[in-house]
Design a protein around this ligand. Structure first.
Ligand code: AHR
Length: 486
């Protein structure tokens, strides 16, 4: 029997709902054919499926695309919008029929907040500043009047603004010291037009363990920013060369993938420590605005479209990352999985007018009630599975208590082939009832358009004990326990 201890007497704080955020880029079929139709109108079936996830925040328009995007190309009558080339992703034609207004309509439908990643790489300070004015100015002004001319009277009230994307790479190939100055300059012109919508300025942060970047940016720009980002992808292959297949992998690769994912914990710890040390006492949050698995594209698909399948392995990757973010809710204020539809670790895949829900989608649905709940300290008594070189713990867990008194414990069994009977011991809480569900399957199990329900959550037999509750987690599984506690 394995043990999970939930300690109600210690909490890292409230889990910011934005940890359950998403990312949508003009890349492959994420926007056109995914979230929207070819004419930029919303795809209602996809939006309806995503509503179940209670998406809190959505990042757009990139990614790399953001640093070539000129927002004024995407407003006004559609037949007059400029057609451009998406030079980052497949060299395809972008007719800008999905622009600012369409993105805001999507956010409205999803009930989420918009997070705009502004163009620093090839744009100007004026262009960025105009976009903020266009979105947020309630009264009369050149940009607010232009918004009205385009049919939107009330401001969009966009709070989250990203100051460039990967400016250390495709977003300008800048040195951190140079970017810090650029960030200070841009940030000065991201104005607040309404006290109720104070912009949250998110500096472009590091890739993986580039701690020098975080230090240099925070040390110089801390006064002008509210948060800084981090990008870390789980890539099982040799990083940017061969990344490995999404569905065809052996057990060693399965464990290697989980081992790579677990690194997120150390990255957050180290970046957060640096932020705290160099932010001169200012509360600067960490925004993990790109994370998820990245494999070779599905055979026969456009290499520039980053379309990949999604298996139980991805479900475990999602569960581990979300547990890590929950447990670091004192510093992680937002996270955005890459990406929402048809790109990388997606929630939904589409094929013409068909759609399927991925195992990752189900994990986000099972975890959604962690949003805004108080994190509780957990301790899992684990044994190591995996390989001798890359061991991973068999159990990975997080817990929270929501305002209505419901305890949510989410636990993943990372063993590929062994079930785990678990005893969940509650310290400082008494459970009056428990219900559980589980997502499980072989590591490579996935949904296809012909068999869309191969991987789907099912009820899990859980029973109350004197000290909490108990259940058996099947191999390669993600479980969610909901208990009424007092
Ligand atoms: O998510 C795909 C790409 O990965 C993004 O455009 C970029 O920011 C990152 O390198």
């Amino acid at each position: 029997m394995s043990h999970i201890i939930v300690n109600a007497n210690r909490s890292a704080g409230v889990i910011n709902k934005n940890i359950y955020g998403h990312f949508s880029e003009h890349l492959g079929r994420c926007i056109y054919g995914g979230l929207a139709n070819e004419d930029g109108s919303l795809r209602t079936d996809v939006v309806a499926a995503l509503k179940e996830l209670h998406v809190p925040v959505l990042r757009w328009p990139g990614g790399c695309f953001a640093d070539t995007y000129h927002w004024q190309d995407g407003i006004g009558p559609k037949d007059q919008r400029k057609t451009i080339v998406n030079t980052n992703w497949g060299g395809v034609t972008e007719d800008n029929s999905f622009g600012t207004h369409e993105f805001m309509a999507l956010c409205r439908e999803l009930g989420c907040e918009p997070y705009i990643s502004g163009n620093v790489g090839s744009g100007t300070v004026q262009e960025f500043s105009d976009w903020v004015e266009y979105c947020n100015m309630p009264g009369r002004s050149p940009m607010a009047d232009l918004r009205r001319k385009n049919g939107q009277e009330a401001p969009f009230n966009v709070r989250y603004w990203g100051i460039g994307n990967e400016t250390w790479g495709g977003g300008g190939n800048m040195r951190p010291e140079f970017y810090a100055d650029v960030c200070r300059q841009y940030s000065s012109f991201i104005r607040s037009y309404d006290a109720a919508c104070k912009p949250c300025k998110i500096a472009c942060g590091a890739s993986e363990d580039d701690y020098h970047w975080t230090r240099a940016v925070v040390e110089s720009a801390w006064r002008t920013i509210d948060a800084i980002s981090l990008h870390y992808y789980t890539i099982p292959g040799d990083n940017w060369g061969v990344k490995g297949s999404a569905t065809d992998f052996d057990q060693n690769t399965f464990y290697h993938t989980l081992h790579r994912t677990l690194w997120m914990d150390e990255l957050i710890e180290n970046h957060s420590r640096i932020i705290r040390r160099f932010a001169k006492g200012k509360d600067i949050g960490l925004v993990v605005d790109e994370w998820g698995t990245w494999y070779d594209v599905e055979p026969g698909t456009n290499p520039g479209f980053l379309y990949q399948q999604n298996t139980m392995r991805d479900a475990l990757v999602a569960a581990v990352n979300l547990n890590i973010f929950n447990n670091h809710c004192d510093t992680v204020v937002m996270a955005n999985i890459a990406q929402m539809v048809n790109v990388l670790q997606a929630m939904v895949l589409t094929d013409g007018d068909k759609l399927l829900l991925t195992p990752t989608y189900h994990v986000f649905r099972m975890y959604r009630d962690h949003q805004g709940a108080a994190q509780l300290e957990t301790y899992a008594v684990t044994t190591l599975v995996g390989t001798a070189e890359e061991p991973v713990p068999d159990l990975h867990v997080s817990a929270s208590r929501s305002a209505d008194g419901t305890l949510l414990v989410t636990a993943a069994n990372l063993s590929a082939d062994e079930a785990r009977p678990v005893d969940v011991l509650l310290s400082g809480l008494k459970a009056a009832g428990v219900k559980a569900e589980v997502l499980t399957g072989a590591p490579a199990a996935h949904n296809t358009f012909a068999t869309p329900d191969t991987v789907a959550p099912v009820p899990l037999d859980a029973r109350l004990t004197d000290t909490g509750f108990a259940a058996t987690l099947p191999p390669c599984s993600v479980a969610a326990f909901r208990a009424a506690v007092n």
